[in-house]
Design a binder for this molecule. Structure first.
Ligand SMILES: NC(=O)c1ccc[n+]([C@@H]2O[C@H](COP(=O)([O-])OP(=O)(O)OC[C@H]3O[C@@H](n4cnc5c(N)ncnc54)[C@H](O)[C@@H]3O)[C@@H](O)[C@H]2O)c1
Length: 259
C-alpha cells in the first residue's frame, strides 16, 4: 500500500524567512526531508534555520535567474538530486487601478510569476534527468477568482496556474508532476497582521476589525485558513499518494472557492 513517506527526500522551498514558507519548510523537516531553505532575506532565513537539523539556508532572489541557477548548481553538487520543489515565495501589493502604478504591477508579476518560472527552470532539470519529482506552487484562491482592488496579485496568480498546467504537460513524460495549492486567506499570517489588514482597511475605507469579520464571513467553514491546512496538502502532493495527479490547482479555502 502507498503511504506518505518523505524520509530522506531532498526538498527545496522558497520564501522561508517567515510566514507560510517557514511553516512548510519546518513541516518537511518533521517529515524527514533534507530541506534547502531559500529566501531573498538572508538574515531571516538564517534565523529560521538556526538550531534546526535537516535544513540549510540559502540567499536567493527568485526574480534573478542567475541566482536560481547558482543555488541549483550548489544543491546538485552537494546532494546530486532533488525530489520536492515548493515554489512559495510571493508578494502582494494591493490597490485600485488608479493607485497601482505600472511599476507596482510589474513588480508583483515579476516575483509571483516570473520568479515561479525562474525557480522551476533552474531546479527542474535535475528532476527531469532522474525521471521523478513533485513541484508544488503555492498559488492562491486569487488565482481562480478576481480579487477586489487586487488586480496585480490576481493576475500574477492566474498566470501561475497557466504555467503549472503547461509544465505538467511538458514534464509528464519524465514522470515529474506539477501542481498548485490555492490557499484561502491566512488571516493569522504576518502578511495579514503586519500589512494586509492595514492596506485593505485604508483602501476600503473601514476598520481592520471590520475587514477580518468580512473575510471570515466569506468562508463557509467560518474560520481562517491555517498553515497546517496547507502543510497537509503539500505533504500529500509531495508524496506518492498523489502519484496520479498533475496539472491541478487545488483549493484549500474552507469552501470559499469551488472550481
Ligand atoms: N498569507 C495569505 O493569506 C496567503 C493566502 C494565499 C496564498 N498565499 C501565498 O503564500 C505564499 C507565502 O505567503 P506569506 O503569507 O507567507 O507571505 P510573507 O510575505 O509572509 O512571506 C513571503 C516570503 O517570500 C520572501 N520573498 C519575497 N520576495 C522574494 C524574492 N524575490 N525571492 C525570494 N524570496 C522572496 C519574503 O522574504 C518572505 O520570506 C505567497 O506565494 C502568497 O501569495 C498567502
Amino acid at each position: 500500500m502507498t503511504s506518505i513517506n518523505l524520509q530522506g527526500k531532498i526538498a527545496v522551498v522558497t520564501g522561508v524567512s517567515q510566514g507560510l514558507g517557514e511553516a512548510l519548510a519546518k513541516r518537511l523537516v518533521q517529515e524527514g526531508c533534507q530541506v534547502i531553505a531559500c529566501d531573498i532575506n538572508e538574515e531571516g532565513v538564517k534565523n529560521v534555520c538556526k538550531d534546526l537539523h535537516g535544513i540549510e539556508p540559502y540567499a536567493l532572489d527568485i526574480t534573478d535567474y542567475s541566482q536560481c541557477e547558482k543555488v541549483a548548481r550548489e544543491v546538485k553538487n552537494k546532494y546530486g538530486h532533488i525530489d520536492i520543489l515548493v515554489a512559495n515565495a510571493g508578494i502582494l501589493l494591493s490597490g485600485d487601478i488608479q493607485s497601482l502604478s505600472s511599476q507596482m504591477f510589474q513588480k508583483v508579476v515579476n516575483v509571483n510569476l516570473v520568479g515561479y518560472f525562474n525557480t522551476v527552470k533552474a531546479f527542474a532539470p535535475m528532476m527531469l534527468q532522474q525521471k521523478s519529482g513533485s513541484i508544488i506552487q503555492i498559488n492562491s484562491k486569487s488565482g481562480k477568482v478576481g480579487s477586489y482592488k487586487n488586480g496585480a496579485y490576481a493576475s500574477s496568480k492566474f498566470g501561475g496556474i497557466g504555467l503549472t498546467q503547461s509544465l505538467a504537460l511538458e514534464f509528464a513524460e519524465a514522470n515529474v508532476r506539477v501542481n498548485s495549492i490555492c490557499p484561502g486567506n491566512l488571516l493569522n499570517s504576518p502578511l495579514w497582521t503586519n500589512s494586509l489588514f492595514k492596506q485593505y482597511a485604508k483602501n476600503q475605507h473601514t476598520t481592520e476589525a471590520a475587514i477580518r469579520e468580512k473575510y471570515i464571513n466569506q468562508v463557509p467553514l467560518r474560520r481562517s485558513c491555517e498553515y497546517e491546512d496547507i502543510e497537509n496538502m503539500m505533504v500529500f502532493l509531495a508524496s506518492d499518494l498523489s502519484s496520479y495527479m498533475t496539472g491541478q490547482a487545488i483549493n484549500v479555502t474552507g469552501g470559499q472557492v469551488m472550481h
